[in-house]
Design a protein around this ligand. Structure first.
Ligand SMILES: *Cc1c(COP(=O)(O)O)cnc(C)c1O
Length: 434
C-alpha cells in the first residue's frame, strides 16, 4: 500500500492544468464526474519523446492504447508519427478506424484468439508473438507467415535496478524463454520471415531514467548473440512500456531526454561495433504518454463524521480503480484551495457498496466543503480505461481541454440505456412504460 502520505507541514504540491474558474464554466455543460485531458501537455510530451530518440533513424513509439483508448487522443499522438500498440480485437478495430494500420500497428497480445491474428494480418499490423507455439498457430490461420514478425522475450528471474526498483519476470506469463527465442528465430527464418523484431517488458511504472538503458543493454547483447547463433539480423528492438510517472509530488519524474541519450550510448557501445547500427528502436509507452495529462474531476457531495472523517464525492472506483485495486496513490487538489493549509485528515470515498472504494485514505487536505471540486491527478493512463459498471454505475464523459482554452467532448457519459443495452431479451424501458 502506497497510501501513507500523512503529516503536517510537508510540502506536497502538484499544480493542476485547470483552474476552479474553468471547471465552474465546464460544469455548466458537462456535469461532474468527468475526465479532462490536457491537449498542450499531450503534445509537448509527444514532441519530447520524438526528440529524445531522433538519433535513431527508424525510431517509432507505438502508444499502448489500452492505457487510454480514445480516438481523439490517439489521433493527436499520430500527428507526431506515433502508432498504436494493440492487444485485442477492439483495440485493433479502434486503431484501424482512426486510420492507423499497416506497420503503424504493433500487435503485442498474449493468449491470442485466432480471429484476432487474422484481423491483425488483414489490416497489416506487426504481429509480436508471445509464445513459440504461436508460430504454428499463426501459420495455420494465415496460410503462411507475414514477412515481418517479432518475438517477446522473458529472461525469467528478477529484474532489478540500482535504485531498488524491481520486478519479477520469472513469475510473469509473458514471452519466450531464451532457448525458445533462439529456436523461434531459426524456425521463422526457415519459414521465410524477412524482418525480425525483439520485444521485452521487464518492469512496470519505473520512475528512474535507468530502466530503458538497462533493458536496452540486455536486449542489444541478446541481439548480437541471436545474430551469431542463428544468422538472424534484427530489424527492430522494442523496449515496450514501463516508463513511469511520479504519482506522488515527492517523486521527481523521468527525463525522457536523459533516457533517450542513455539508450543511444548503449546502442553505440553494443550494436554499432557488432555491425548492427541500423536496428530501429521501438517503444510502446502508455502511462508516460498520457498519465499526467488526464485528471478525474469530481464534486464533494457529502461529509460524514463517524469514527473517521469522510468526504463523499460523485465519482467512485468504477471511474478510477487504481486506488481501490492496488492501493495506488493519486494526488488530490481541492480547486480554489490550492494554497490552503492541509490541516484536515480525510478518507475521500465513492458510493460503491465496497469499503475499498476510496480515492484517498487518511489524506491531509484543506477543509473540504460540499460543492468543492476535487481534481484527482495522473489519471490519464489506466484510468478511464479500467472502468467498469459495478453497482450499476455508469462511466463518465471524457473531455479535452484544447490549447485555445475551449473544451471538446471526446466521449459522452454513459446513460442507463447504455447500461441496459445488452438485454436484447428483456426491454427494461418497455417494462418501465417508456
Ligand atoms: C501495458 C503494456 C504497455 C504499456 O505499458 P505502460 O506501463 O503503460 O507504459 C506496453 N506494451 C505492452 C505489451 C503492455 O502490455
Amino acid at each position: 500500500m502506497l497510501e501513507q502520505k500523512k503529516g503536517f507541514g510537508i510540502e506536497m504540491k502538484k499544480v493542476p492544468f485547470v483552474t476552479k474558474e474553468q471547471i465552474e464554466e465546464i460544469v455548466k455543460t458537462y456535469p461532474t464526474p468527468f475526465y479532462l485531458y490536457d491537449e498542450k501537455g499531450i503534445r509537448d510530451n509527444a514532441k519530447a519523446v520524438q526528440e529524445a530518440f531522433a538519433w535513431n533513424k527508424g525510431f517509432k513509439e507505438y502508444f499502448a492504447i489500452k492505457a487510454c483508448p480514445n480516438p481523439f487522443l490517439i489521433q493527436i499522438l499520430h500527428e507526431y508519427g506515433i502508432g498504436c500498440d494493440c492487444s485485442s480485437m477492439t483495440e485493433l478495430m479502434l486503431s484501424n478506424a482512426v486510420g492507423i494500420n499497416g506497420q503503424d500497428i504493433m500487435f503485442s497480445s498474449n493468449d491470442t484468439p485466432a480471429e484476432e491474428y487474422a484481423y491483425c494480418a488483414e489490416i497489416g499490423g506487426i504481429i509480436n508473438l508471445d509464445d513459440i507455439t504461436h508460430i504454428e498457430f499463426v501459420e495455420k490461420i494465415l496460410g503462411s507467415l507475414p514477412e515481418t514478425m517479432s518475438c517477446r522475450y522473458n529472461p525469467g528471474g528478477i529484474f532489478q535496478l540500482s535504485n531498488g526498483i524491481m520486478d519479477n519476470p520469472g513469475d510473469s506469463k509473458y514471452g519466450f524463454t531464451l532457448e525458445q527465442l533462439l529456436e523461434g528465430y531459426r524456425i521463422l527464418k526457415a519459414k521465410g520471415v524477412k524482418n525480425f523484431g525483439l520485444h521485452a517488458f521487464l518492469a512496470s511504472n519505473t520512475v528512474t531514467n535507468e530502466y530503458y538503458p538497462q533493458l536496452a543493454r540486455q536486449l542489444f547483447e541478446l541481439a548480437v548473440r541471436i545474430k551469431e547463433e542463428t544468422g538472424v539480423e534484427l530489424a527492430f528492438i522494442n523496449l515496450s512500456g514501463g516508463v513511469g510517472i511520479p504519482y506522488s509530488p515527492e517523486q521527481s519524474g523521468n527525463d525522457i531526454q536523459v533516457i533517450g541519450e542513455g539508450v543511444r550510448q548503449v546502442y553505440e557501445e553494443v550494436l554499432v561495433p557488432a555491425g548492427m547500427g541500423s536496428v530501429a528502436i521501438y517503444t510502446e509507452m502508455g502511462r508516460f504518454m498520457m498519465g499526467p495529462y488526464g485528471v478525474l474531476v469530481t464534486k464533494a457531495i457529502h461529509e460524514k463524521h463517524i469514527h473517521k472523517e469522510y468526504i463523499g464525492v460523485d465519482a467512485c472506483a468504477v471511474n478510477l480503480m487504481r486506488p481501490a485495486m492496488y492501493g495506488a496513490y493519486h494526488h488530490i487538489t481541492v480547486l480554489g484551495k490550492e494554497d490552503a493549509v492541509c490541516d484536515h485528515q480525510y478518507d475521500v470515498t465513492g458510493s460503491l457498496c465496497e469499503n475499498n472504494d476510496k480515492f484517498a485514505i487518511d489524506r491531509m487536505l484543506p477543509q473540504i466543503d460540499k460543492g468543492d471540486y476535487l481534481v484527482i491527478h495522473d489519471a490519464g493512463a489506466h484510468g478511464f480505461a479500467m472502468g467498469y459498471n459495478y453497482n450499476g454505475k455508469l462511466k463518465s464523459a471524457e473531455l479535452l481541454l484544447k490549447e485555445d482554452g475551449s473544451v471538446q467532448l471526446i466521449r459522452r457519459a454513459e446513460t442507463p440505456k447504455d447500461y441496459f443495452a445488452t438485454f436484447d431479451c428483456f426491454n427494461v424501458f418497455e417494462k418501465l412504460g417508456n
